[in-house]
Design a protein around this ligand. Structure first.
Ligand SMILES: Cc1ncc(COP(=O)(O)O)c(C=O)c1O
Length: 395
């Protein structure tokens, strides 16, 4: 069969990455991986999930196993609306769509908003799978400059003149850089884009994972709500368990309705049982208690990585100093390509993701993303030492 005769033209925009192939090797025994964006599996609340599942089945029986509404379980939508509401910001379930991971929220944005050649303004670098979700709709990506405080003031000031259909930002502990958008820049962004016709997409899977410094209000809070032009994507993947695939979108009610229509054709609705499970674990306090454990454990791993970088790579690279989340982003100082370094690092039993693919302008060849949530704090210094050794072998 000649598949090229059959496949839709847009599939040529769905790319397999060379890096991904290399990262297949990271399952080898003894490998220390800073590559994936994986939470620590030993911190999943397995016993609590089992107890909550039993409780749900005992109490509700078949109800939690039935088909449900596309928009999501009403009680979970209410929980999301209530937890984000505060004085001056009132949300109802009509603003909330439960999604199959927040990744589905990104996919739905592509389906209901992006036409060929639409301009999308993005932090450069940005989350790779947002680019993958949107690329088949053939938009034009407009890279915006970032520094250690996120989008720069100059970049924000330029956005209205570019007239993008949407601006996509990950304001807290960004993927891949780990940086946080400073408060005055958040305010500037809201003020600049008010009434501009550009939709702000605020993707916030990491906001609750803060280990140092003070929590900042989100764009949703600063804008006083999603109407008329803001979407917030949220997720239970990083605060509970990604395998449950439960996330949400908060947005203007009309847009939420359109996204629900698109979702209906995709999967009818997010798994009913998983939505009830998440709700039960929110109500009985497991999510909050687990969050405290995650903050302590990931905070320790983050410090271990920053200290190891200081010990082994000072002078050879620079890196970000995240206050939360799961990633540190480093830049090699000696002209070495991160992809070349990865091949050597994998030989020494350590892996990371080269940063080039997160960039939309072809730059970033010398950058790398280092995940610190998955490897144990004892292994992190050894992994960084091996990277330093691989780098020394290349210079
Ligand atoms: C910035 C960002 N957005 C969205 C997602 C998707 O997460 P999920 O679909 O598990 O909610 C991720 C996952 O790593 C992410 O880093």
């Amino acid at each position: 069969m000649d598949w090229n005769q059959l496949l839709a033209g847009r599939t040529s925009l769905m790319r397999r990455s060379a890096v991904r192939e290399l990262l297949r090797l990271t399952n080898r025994p003894g490998m220390i991986s800073f590559a994936g964006g994986l939470p620590a599996p030993e911190l999943f609340p397995v016993a609590e999930v089992r107890a909550a599942a039993d409780q749900l089945l005992d109490q509700h029986g078949s109800k939690v196993l039935q088909y449900g509404e596309t928009e999501g379980v009403a009680e979970l939508r209410d929980w999301v609306a209530t937890s984000l509401s505060r004085p001056g910001l009132t949300l109802s379930r009509d603003h909330v769509l439960i999604t199959t991971g927040s990744q589905q929220g990104l996919d739905l944005i592509g389906r209901v908003l992006i036409d060929p050649n639409d301009k999308l303004a993005l932090e450069n670098p940005t989350y790779l799978a947002a680019l993958s979700a949107w690329r088949p709709w053939q938009p034009q990506f407009l890279p915006l400059t970032c520094d250690e405080d996120g989008l720069t003031s100059d970049a924000i000031a330029k956005v209205p003149g570019l007239r993008p259909k949407l601006l996509y930002t990950i304001p807290n502990f960004q993927n891949p850089t780990g940086v946080t958008l400073a408060l005055e820049r958040r305010r500037q962004l809201i003020a600049r884009l008010a009434g501009s016709g550009t939709l702000i997409v605020e993707d916030d899977p990491y906001g609750e994972l803060r280990y140092r410094g003070e929590a900042l209000p989100g764009l949703l809070e600063l804008a006083g709500g999603p109407e008329p032009q803001l979407l917030r994507l949220g997720s239970f993947s990083k605060v509970l368990a990604p395998g449950l695939r439960v996330g949400f979108v908060v947005g203007p009610a009309d847009l939420i309705e359109k996204m629900a229509l698109a979702k209906q054709a995709l999967d009818l609705h997010t798994a009913t049982f998983n939505q009830w499970l998440v709700l039960e674990l929110l109500r009985n306090g497991v999510v909050d208690r687990n969050l405290s454990k995650l903050r302590a454990a990931y905070g320790e791993r983050c410090s271990a990585m920053l200290e190891a970088l200081e010990n082994h790579l000072r002078g050879a690279a620079t890196w970000t100093r995240p206050e939360g989340g799961m990633f540190v982003f480093a830049r090699l100082g000696n002209g070495v390509s991160a992809t070349t370094l990865l091949a050597k690092a994998v030989e020494r039993g350590v892996a990371f993701v080269p940063g080039g693919e997160f960039h939309v302008d072809g730059s970033g060849e010398q950058t790398l993303r280092l995940n610190f949530s998955h490897a144990s704090p004892e292994k992190i210094p050894e992994g960084i030492r091996r990277i330093a050794e691989a780098l020394a072998g290349l210079s």
